[in-house]
Ligand binder design. Structure first.
Ligand code: BGC
Length: 769
């Protein structure tokens, strides 16, 4: 755990340059706009430890799988988020001596991520080994208003020397992924050109054939006067640059405005990319940096209007929640249904592909409440469009009749995970995809989605489960053999309670939706059944039989759901009795020892209780929570939020707050010692859930929003906005009660602490605790 980030309500601030935390800061200070993003790499050269990262959403490379022991059914490729051309580079030479913070004496270093207005700022003074001193101030952003563009303002002032500063803005496509399996580079050059004040490189991904043109246009001023020196272009493989030599005296400043554009063949014809890139650059440069920055601030103001959570009385918590919301918005804007939310977003390479069950299980609630309905719908459509691939994926593993198994990790619908215990066994992910459909419809009331798209996905998933179970002659029940639950510290277990529970729920829900649709629109229902070859009599009977005769492990003595068969055979040790030196166990113990231990990586039984809480009475929830919580090591960032929400439900406010703290500053304080790989973007949605569903106790009940809030002891108040069925409300929880302000033109009926209430359009009402 580290605590070098300064506390501020709206800004993330680092003061002083410490190369040891540079990679962590490169992650934390990342920028993005949903279409592209980048780590906070320096503009000028840096020969110290760094992870270079520029990413273009949806552009990936299928790296050939590398495993020790090939298993039939493994995918051939692992689709990776690609490190793309670096557009931030501005090399600086001071009379031939390169500015490189790894080789200079650095002072007054300060980095600031302004979350309110969406830009990254950096200041420092540097003294080279020969004693030349400069002062630098840079500001840059990925434009939210114009999402194929970005801009940099780089101001360099000579403190003590007179001479030539050579400035070389560049576009460098000669980049690599650190996680390349065979040390290959993934891009080929298609074309490049330099212009008097810029240039571009068009690159093509190997195998997938995505073209991306990345271009720059720059202008330079000295003491605010344009520099007339003719830039000297330089090109090499996959690289364009131009050098401008500027004579300076001590005290003089040079400012470089660098505009960048990143256009991909996903959105434009490949053969027009070069021209379009140039035109885009002309357009944004004509606007100018200040106008672009003002547009950026306005775009972010619009986001914050509906996304912000305001915490009074705890600046650290305020900063943290805003950081989480900021990063989620930088990662996914929901305008394009081909895109999704990678666990690391645009902040690092780890986790390869972009889509995990994290999206459906953790991110959907955030986007449902804070973004237009279309955004979550696009997330669902992403999976709908990949149904064919999910069916192929199941076929590859031996299933048939339209059974669909969605991948553990994917970019385009193809599975790209390759560890058998996860690829073949962590199949609970299929359930989360069905649950997200249910969650979306429950929240939005958009029943039409079910008929148009949802039911087809639900039946594919239900068919998979109906084939994946086994009839146990011994038990005279159906069982689910050889699975890995959300707790990845157990592999190949039989009858993981969570997996069996969600599997059966999927079949129930698919049947419920099918019945509804049959009654509401028989012709449409018949057409769908014909399309997917659904044998209603036979398949429905099978689903019903499984629903009636499924086996779920249960411990009668303690009256708890058993995580899986045999869980109680394990030595029952509690996390509190583990010496701190042994944790995290995934870094300290052998895998064998982890598998044999009772320790739980992340919410498993409790994940199921969280999803289906209305099925269980409070004593059942408490017994399970009291049993599983003390055995959970939370070594997945996705875990504490579920525990926070359940602790809040159980009235354990102190614990709820403790779990919240673990997620909210996870990256800012490098809690798990891994932020340098990138930020935990998907678990950031979990942090939001801890506040809104945990402290706010928000649920949807019978088509209405319901709140059961409490105020964490340290806070004076907290408030958040919720968008629900076309209405936006602001909920404030303070010592004096719960205030609901209806910001829309329609009245809203709500449940507050279980009581029906109504808030008229435009009115604010206060309800006591
Ligand atoms: C978790 C998974 C999760 C993945 C990506 C893993 O550590 O165990 O549940 O899907 O990270 O966030």
């Amino acid at each position: 755990m580290k605590d070098y980030i300064k506390i501020d309500e709206w800004r993330i601030i680092e003061e002083g340059f410490d190369p040891h935390v540079h990679k962590i800061s490169e992650s934390i200070f990342s920028l993005g706009n949903g279409r592209m993003g980048q780590r906070a790499n320096f503009e000028e050269a840096y020969s110290g430890e760094t992870l270079q990262g520029n990413y273009v959403a949806g552009v990936y490379y299928p790296d050939k799988t590398r495993v020790g022991w090939w298993k039939n059914g493994y995918p051939e490729y692992f689709a990776k988020v690609l490190n793309a051309a670096n557009w931030v580079g501005i090399d600086i030479q001071l009379d031939g001596e390169q500015l490189d913070l790894a080789k200079c004496e650095v002072s007054d270093f300060r980095r600031e991520l302004n979350m309110k207005e969406g830009y990254l700022k950096r200041n420092f003074k540097a003294k080279t080994s020969s004693g030349k001193e400069v002062e630098v101030e840079t500001t840059r952003f990925c434009s939210m208003a114009d999402d194929e563009t970005g801009a940099i303002k780089y101001k360099i002032t000579s403190v003590n020397f007179s001479g030539i500063i050579a400035i070389t803005p560049s576009i460098d496509g000669d980049v690599r992924n650190q996680d390349s399996n065979y040390d290959e580079k993934f891009w080929d050059e298609v074309s490049k050109a330099t212009w008097a004040d810029g240039g571009y490189v068009q690159m093509r991904t190997k195998k997938t054939g995505f073209d991306v043109a990345t271009g720059m246009k720059f202008n330079i001023t000295v003491d605010r006067q344009p520099v007339s020196n003719i830039p000297k272009p330089a090109t090499k493989d996959k690289y364009v640059a131009a050098t401008v030599n500027v004579q300076v005296q001590g005290g003089q400043s040079i400012t470089i405005f660098k505009y960048a554009a990143n256009l991909s063949s996903q959105n434009h014809p490949a053969d027009q990319l070069a021209d379009l890139t140039k035109a885009t650059l002309e357009r944004v440069a004509a606007k100018g940096f200040d106008t672009m920055l003002a547009e950026q601030a306005a775009a972010w103001a619009k986001k914050w209007e509906h996304n912000d959570i305001i915490i009074e009385g705890d600046i650290s918590a305020q900063q943290a929640i805003r950081f989480n919301i900021f990063q989620l918005n930088q990662t996914y804007t929901g305008e394009d249904d081909r895109l999704n939310i990678g666990p690391k977003g645009f902040t690092g390479e780890k986790y390869g592909g972009s889509t995990y069950w994290d999206t459906e299980a953790y991110c959907v609630p955030f986007y449902l409440s804070t973004a237009p309905q279309q955004v979550t719908r696009n997330l669902l459509l992403y999976r709908y469009k990949q149904l064919g691939k999910a069916i192929e994926n199941a076929k590859l593993l031996g299933f048939d009749n339209g059974a669909a198994l969605y991948p553990m990790v994917t970019m385009d619908g193809t599975e790209c995970h390759n560890e058998w215990e996860i690829t073949f066994e962590e199949i609970h992910r299929n359930g989360a995809i069905a649950f997200a459909i249910y969650n979306y419809v429950r929240y939005t009331g958009d029943e039409a989605y079910l008929g148009d798209y949802g039911l087809e996905v639900l039946l594919g998933i239900a068919r998979f489960w109906s084939q994946r179970i086994t009839w146990s002659g011994d038990r005279q029940q159906y069982v689910m053999l050889g699975v890995t639950g959300p707790n990845e510290y157990e592999n190949n277990v039989n009858n993981n309670w969570y997996t069996s529970t969600i599997a059966v729920w999927c079949m129930q829900y698919a049947l419920e939706v099918a019945n509804k649709m049959q009654a509401a629109d028989k012709a449409k229902y018949d057409a769908l059944m014909a399309k997917i070859g659904f044998d209603t009599d036979r398949e429905v009977a099978r689903f019903k039989d499984i629903i009636a005769k499924m086996y779920y492990p249960y411990d009668e003595q303690q009256q708890i759901f058993l995580q899986q068969d045999g869980y109680l055979d394990k030595e029952q040790i509690l996390v509190k009795d583990l010496p701190a030196t042994q944790r995290p166990i995934n870094q300290k113990w052998s895998w064998d020892r982890i598998l044999r231990s009772c320790f739980i990586k992340q919410a498993d039984v409790l994940q199921g209780i969280y999803f289906f809480e209305d099925r269980y009475d409070i004593d059942t929830i408490r017994r399970n929570f009291d049993f599983y919580e003390p055995r959970t090591v939370h070594e997945s960032s996705l875990s504490p939020c579920v525990h926070a929400i359940l602790a809040a439900k159980l009235g354990d406010e102190k614990r709820a707050y403790e779990f919240y703290l673990r997620t909210s500053r996870l990256d800012l304080d490098d809690y798990n010692n891994d932020t340098e790989d990138g930020c935990h973007i998907t678990s950031m949605a979990g942090t939001w859930m801890s506040v809104v569903e945990g402290f706010g106790g928000m649920r949807v009940r019978d088509g209405k929003l319901s709140f059961q809030p409490f105020l964490p002891g340290k806070w004076a108040s907290f408030s958040f906005h919720i968008g629900f069925r076309g209405i936006t409300i602001k909920v404030t929880v303070s010592k004096s009660g719960v205030t609901v302000k209806n910001l829309s033109g329609t009245d809203i009926a709500l449940l507050i602490y279980g009581k029906e209430q109504s808030v008229k359009a435009g009115v604010e009402e206060v309800f006591g605790h």
